[in-house]
Design a protein around this ligand. Structure first.
Ligand SMILES: CC(C)(COP(=O)(O)OP(=O)(O)OC[C@H]1O[C@@H](n2cnc3c(N)ncnc32)[C@H](O)[C@@H]1OP(=O)(O)O)[C@@H](O)C(=O)NCCC(=O)NCCS
Length: 140
């Protein structure tokens, strides 16, 4: 991920989610866009000189009572570039970075009704793990 890629990333996310979040992506770039980082990873897939997808994740130590593991918290492939193996390559690339950092477990969280992303992660071998998400409203 380079500074010059940011507009393409913002565009892909806006296409997929219907919402442009420029400040959010600039802030993520500042935090995750450092190529030398062993813990934080923001990678893009480039085809014919164009950014066609990206993945973001990081190593988290001991959070939620878990030994250090890699978290993937964002993945998007441009709709016209899907089903060509790009998502797989992006996940493989971030997992390779996690492995280099000594990590042997990767996790993610996704919306229960996002069957597309669920199908993708299942195809990569990811399965339900031992943690469960909990939430409640706190606007009393
Ligand atoms: C999920 C996503 C990243 C997959 O990217 P991709 O480049 O199409 O993935 P790949 O080509 O590597 O597909 C790998 C496997 O995933 C599964 N898969 C991908 N798209 C699928 C679909 N539309 N239906 C069913 N399975 C699918 C298949 O098993 C596929 O293997 P196959 O082609 O051998 O059948 C892409 O569809 C995407 O960006 N979706 C929107 C993501 C999103 O909502 N992000 C916001 C929350 S993080």
């Amino acid at each position: 991920m380079r500074r010059a890629d940011i507009d393409a990333v913002i565009g892909i996310d806006a296409t997929v989610t219907g919402l442009e979040k420029r400040d959010y992506w600039l802030s993520l770039y500042r935090r995750y866009g450092k190529v030398e980082s062993v813990a934080q990873h923001f990678l893009v897939a480039v085809s014919a000189g164009e950014v066609v997808g990206f993945i973001i994740g990081e190593v988290r130590d001991w959070e939620f009572g878990s030994p250090p593991c890699g978290w993937v918290f964002g993945i998007d492939v441009r709709p016209d570039a899907r089903l060509g193996g790009t998502g797989t390559q992006l996940l493989n690339a971030i997992c390779a970075n996690f492995r280099r950092a000594g990590i042997r477990k990767v996790r993610t969280i996704l919306a229960r009704d996002n069957t597309l992303v669920l199908s993708f992660f299942r195809s990569q071998g990811m399965m339900t793990g031992p943690f469960i998400p909990l939430e409640m409203d706190i606007d009393v």
